[in-house]
Write a protein of this length. Structure first.
Length: 220
């Protein structure tokens, strides 16, 4: 009987080790395939009260944003990795949120990156920050522009969630989906441990993102 118990324990341990090894192996395959990228931003990317009461990006840092490295300058603005600090008398200030910042996008493919290529004699500041809203843009302008006369133009990348705080409800209504209706997975995300686990897997497991994309409908 004792022998059977030992065998059962060994089989259980081996099964657990096999499942973990299989999960890591599949995650490695999905990550190498480039099909999906982890979702989320490095915590050290953000700082509080960068522009008045608005948070901003940390200064002179390299951090991960949706699986892509993002670098910032002395102002906390996103720049290319090999960026050289050149003073331009004619500079554009780009304001926006995650779209303008370019989460998961190489810097040269963002709005500001394309501007740098198209306008080599013009400076471009990418002041976009993930999660920014209308009042944040005002705070950046009031805090930054008075001491930076080199900025001659401001470009604002405005998204639906910036235009109206009720945009999500309006979209749900258009799709005839109740804004209060939640799936089991949506409800589970609000449970402490499950929410923390979901956040961790979103940032670190491409296999989790891939499977969630198949089993749920995140695009909807």
């Amino acid at each position: 009987m004792r022998r059977n118990l030992v065998i059962n324990v060994l089989l259980t341990v081996c099964s657990v080790v096999f499942i973990i090894a299989l999960a890591f192996g599949l995650d490695f395959v999905v990550r190498r395939s480039g099909v999906v990228k982890p979702i989320g931003n490095s915590r050290e990317l953000f700082i509080n009260n960068a522009f008045g009461k608005s948070r901003g990006n940390a200064k002179n840092i390299g951090a991960v944003s949706f699986g892509e490295m993002a670098y910032t300058d002395k102002f906390g603005f996103r720049i290319p990795k090999d960026y050289k600090d050149t003073h331009y008398s004619n500079t554009i200030l780009m304001l926006g949120d995650s779209i303008a910042f370019g989460v998961g996008v190489k810097e040269q493919d963002t709005f500001t990156g394309l501007m740098r290529t198209t306008l080599p004699d013009t400076g471009v500041y990418n002041a976009a920050v993930v999660g920014y809203n209308s009042y944040d843009y005002e705070n950046v302008v009031k805090s930054f522009l008075p001491s930076h006369p080199e900025v001659t133009r401001v470009v604002l990348a405005y998204c639906l969630n910036d235009l109206n705080s009720q945009s999500a409800e309006l979209i749900d209504s258009e799709l005839n989906i109740s804004a209060k209706k939640k799936t089991l997975i949506d409800g589970a995300r609000n449970i402490g441990m499950l929410a923390a686990l979901n956040e961790f897997l979103r940032e670190n497991s491409t296999l989790y993102i891939y499977l969630k994309g198949i089993l749920t409908d995140p695009q909807m």
